[in-house]
Design a protein around this ligand. Structure first.
Ligand SMILES: Nc1nc2c(ncn2[C@@H]2O[C@H](COP(=O)(O)OP(=O)(O)OP(=O)(O)O)[C@@H](O)[C@H]2O)c(=O)[nH]1
Ligand SMILES: [Mg+2]
Length: 559
C-alpha cells in the first residue's frame, strides 16, 4: 500500500496526493476504486494525466478513471464470479430435476405415495416381500396398496404422524419444510397449481406461502367442503366473501371455485378451468393437511371418467382419502389427461398453528366435521333445541369449546350472541368466569373433550395462551366479526343478536366488545369479516362495492 501511495504522489499531477481522494468519493458507482488503484500501482503504472485535473471533475474522467487494465481486471473478476454462480445454479437445477424425477421413478404406494418397502411392517409403504417380488416381476409395482392404506380403506384411523401416539412407524411424516423442499422445483417449471382451502377452516388452511411454491405459475383456488356449510347458506354470498378475503392475499389466482367432493358441486367448473389453463402442463393439487386434496382428485376423476377413457383408467388406482391429516405421504402421479400433462396429488402441509398439530393423534378424527354444520348459539334463542341454554346476558361468563378453547366474555352489549360453528363432537359449555379455571381442571377429559380421557388430559398442553380481543363494530344489525380458531372452526359474534334487518326496534349502536380467547400456545386465532352463512347471512351480507377496474381485476368465482 505504501508503494501505491508513493506512486500516486510521484505522478505529474500538481495536486497533492490526498486532494485526489475527494475524486474517489465522487466515483460512487465504482466502490472498488481503492483496491483497483492498488492493483494498477503494483502491476502497470499508467502514464501521468496530460491535463491538470480540476478540483471538481466530471464523473469518470479524473485520475481515478479505470484504465484498460482496470476494466480488464474487473471483467475477469465478474466473469469468474458469474461462472461460479452459473455452475452452482446448474448444480441446483440438476439436483432439482433429479428430485422431481425421483418421485416418479421410485415405486410408491398408489394410495399414499409412500415409497414401497418390505422391512418395517409398522411403517407406511409396507408390502410383504413375496407380493413385492411378484408385482415387480410383472411390472405392476404401481398397483400396490401399502399396509397402512389397506387399514385406512377399512375405516381405521391411522395417522402417519410419528412420535405423537400415532402410527408407530410414522417417521415418514413430512414436515412443512421437507414438503417445500420436495416441491421446490415447481416454481422453476411451467405447471398449473390447484390450491385447496377448507371452507370450515378457511384462515387456518389458507396456506398463503403457496406463493413461494407456485412462483409465477397460475393458481386455481378451490374451496372444499361447501356441503358442510349451514343449511340455507347462499353460495353467491360465500363466493363474494371468499374472493374479497383472497384478494388481500395477493396470489396469482385465475378463478375461485366453491366445491364439494361429496356432492360434486363445482367440480365440473374446475375441470373446465383446468382444461382451459393447463396448456399441456402438469397439474399439482396443493393445500394444507386434510383439506380434501385426495377426495377432490377422486371427484375430478369420477366426473372426467364419463367422457375420458384415460381418466376412467386412472380411477382404478385412486389416492387414499381419510379423516386423519397426513394420509398422503408423497407426491402421487396420476395419468388423468388425454392431452398430455399429469395430475399430482401431494402430501398436505402440516401447519403448526392448527389444532391438529397439538391434539393427540387418536383425537384427530373429532376435528373433522362429518355432516352439515349447525351453529351452537349462546345465549340460546328461545326455540333453539340446545340443551345447555345458559344465561341471557353473556357478560362475566366463559364458554369452553370442548377442551380446546375458552372464550371469556369481558364486556359486550347485553344481548350479544356467540354462535359456534365446528365439528359436532365438540360441545360448548358455559360457566361463570370466576369458576372457569376450576371447572376446566375438573372436567377436562370428562365433559370437556378432546382430550378424550383423563389419562390423555395429563399430557395435554393446556390453554396457555390468552389473546385479548377488542372488537370494534359499527352496525349492531349484522355480526361484528368471526373469531376463527385455526384447525377448528369459527365463532360468529353478533353484537345484539338481531341479525334480521327488518327488525326496526334495533337501536343502531356502534361500540367495542371485549373478549379473551384462551388456546394452546401454537394455535392461532384470526379475526375476520363475518362469513355470511345460513338463511340470515343472505339478508345481512353486503356485496363488495367495486369500481369497473376492480371488478375486472378480481378473480371470478364459480360453483
Ligand atoms: N363433507 C365433505 N368432506 C370432505 C370433502 N372433501 C374431503 N372430505 C373429507 O375430508 C377428509 C380429508 O380428505 P382427504 O382427501 O384425505 O384430505 P387430504 O387433503 O388429501 O389430506 P392429506 O393427504 O392428509 O393431506 C376425509 O374424511 C374426506 O372424506 C367434501 O367436499 N365434503
Ligand atoms: Mg391426501
Amino acid at each position: 500500500m505504501a508503494g501505491n501511495l508513493l506512486f500516486l504522489s510521484s505522478s505529474s499531477s500538481p495536486l497533492p496526493l490526498f486532494s485526489n481522494f475527494p475524486n474517489l468519493q465522487t466515483l460512487a458507482p465504482y466502490p472498488r476504486k481503492i483496491s483497483q488503484i492498488s492493483c494498477r500501482a503494483a502491476s502497470s503504472p499508467s502514464p501521468p494525466s496530460p491535463s491538470p485535473p480540476s478540483s471538481v471533475e466530471p464523473e469518470g474522467t479524473g485520475a481515478a478513471t479505470p484504465t484498460r487494465g482496470d476494466l480488464y481486471l474487473e471483467r475477469q473478476q465478474s466473469m469468474s464470479a458469474a461462472a461460479l454462480v452459473l455452475k452452482n445454479r446448474d448444480k441446483t437445477r440438476r439436483k432439482r430435476r433429479n428430485g422431481a424425477k425421483m418421485h416418479t421413478n421410485v415405486a410408491c404406494c398408489y394410495g399414499c405415495g409412500a415409497p414401497l418397502q418390505t422391512t418395517e411392517i409398522d411403517a407406511p409403504g409396507y408390502v410383504n416381500a413375496e407380493t413385492y417380488e411378484l408385482k415387480k416381476r410383472h411390472h405392476q409395482l404401481r398397483t400396490i396398496l401399502c399396509g397402512r392404506c389397506k387399514l385406512l380403506s377399512h375405516g381405521h384411523m391411522v395417522t402417519a404422524v410419528g412420535g405423537h401416539g400415532g402410527y408407530s412407524g410414522g417417521k415418514q411424516f413430512i414436515s412443512a419444510e421437507e414438503l417445500r423442499e420436495k416441491l421446490s422445483h415447481l416454481c422453476h417449471e411451467k405447471v398449473l397449481i390447484v390450491k385447496l382451502v377448507d371452507i370450515v377452516d378457511f384462515n387456518g388452511s389458507f396456506l398463503a406461502r403457496v406463493r413461494d411454491l407456485a412462483g409465477a405459475n397460475p393458481i386455481i383456488l378451490v374451496i372444499t367442503k361447501v356441503d358442510l356449510l349451514p343449511r340455507g347458506t347462499d353460495l353467491n354470498c360465500i363466493g363474494d366473501w371468499v374472493v374479497e378475503a383472497t384478494t388481500k392475499k395477493k396470489l396469482n389466482v385465475t378463478s375461485v371455485h366453491l366445491t364439494s367432493s361429496k356432492s360434486l358441486v363445482g367440480i365440473a367448473g374446475v375441470i373446465s378451468e383446468i382444461q382451459k389453463e393447463k396448456k399441456g402442463r402438469d397439474v399439482y393439487i396443493l393445500g394444507s393437511a386434510n383439506v380434501g386434496k385426495s377426495a377432490f382428485i377422486n371427484a375430478l376423476l369420477k366426473l372426467m371418467a364419463r367422457k375420458d377413457p384415460v381418466a376412467a383408467a386412472a380411477q382404478k388406482y385412486e389416492p387414499m382419502q381419510s379423516a386423519v391429516p397426513g394420509t398422503t405421504l408423497g407426491p402421487i402421479q396420476i395419468e388423468a389427461f388425454q392431452g398430455g400433462g399429469n395430475l399430482f396429488d401431494t402430501p398436505g402441509v402440516h401447519l403448526h398453528h392448527r389444532q391438529a398439530a397439538v391434539i393427540h393423534s387418536d383425537d384427530l378424527p373429532s376435528l373433522a366435521p362429518q355432516s352439515r354444520l349447525k351453529g351452537q348459539t349462546f345465549p340460546a334463542v328461545q326455540n333453539d333445541t340446545a340443551t345447555d341454554s345458559g344465561p341471557v346476558d353473556l357478560n362475566g361468563f366463559s364458554l369452553f369449546w370442548g377442551g380446546l378453547a375458552r372464550i371469556d366474555v369481558i364486556k359486550v352489549l347485553p344481548r350479544t350472541r356467540l354462535t359456534f360453528y365446528g365439528p359436532k363432537k365438540l360441545k360448548v359449555h358455559i360457566v361463570s368466569t370466576a369458576e372457569a379455571d376450576e371447572f376446566y381442571q375438573k372436567e377436562l377429559g370428562i365433559i370437556l373433550t378432546p382430550p378424550t380421557s383423563k389419562e390423555r388430559a395429563k399430557s395435554w398442553l393446556g390453554l396457555q395462551a390468552v389473546k385479548q380481543l377488542n372488537i370494534k363494530f359499527e352496525d349492531a344489525r349484522r355480526p361484528a366479526c368471526d373469531i376463527a380458531i385455526s384447525g377448528l372452526g369459527w365463532i360468529a359474534v353478533e353484537p345484539d343478536g338481531a341479525v334480521d334487518p327488518s327488525n326496526t326496534d334495533v337501536e343502531m349502536e356502534a361500540g367495542e366488545l371485549h373478549l379473551a380467547v384462551h388456546l394452546p400456545k401454537p394455535v392461532e386465532v384470526f379475526i375476520r369479516p363475518p362469513m355470511p352463512v345460513g338463511k340470515a347471512g343472505e339478508k345481512w351480507y353486503q356485496y363488495q362495492e367495486l369500481t369497473e377496474k376492480e371488478e375486472e381485476s378480481r378473480p371470478k368465482w364459480f360453483y
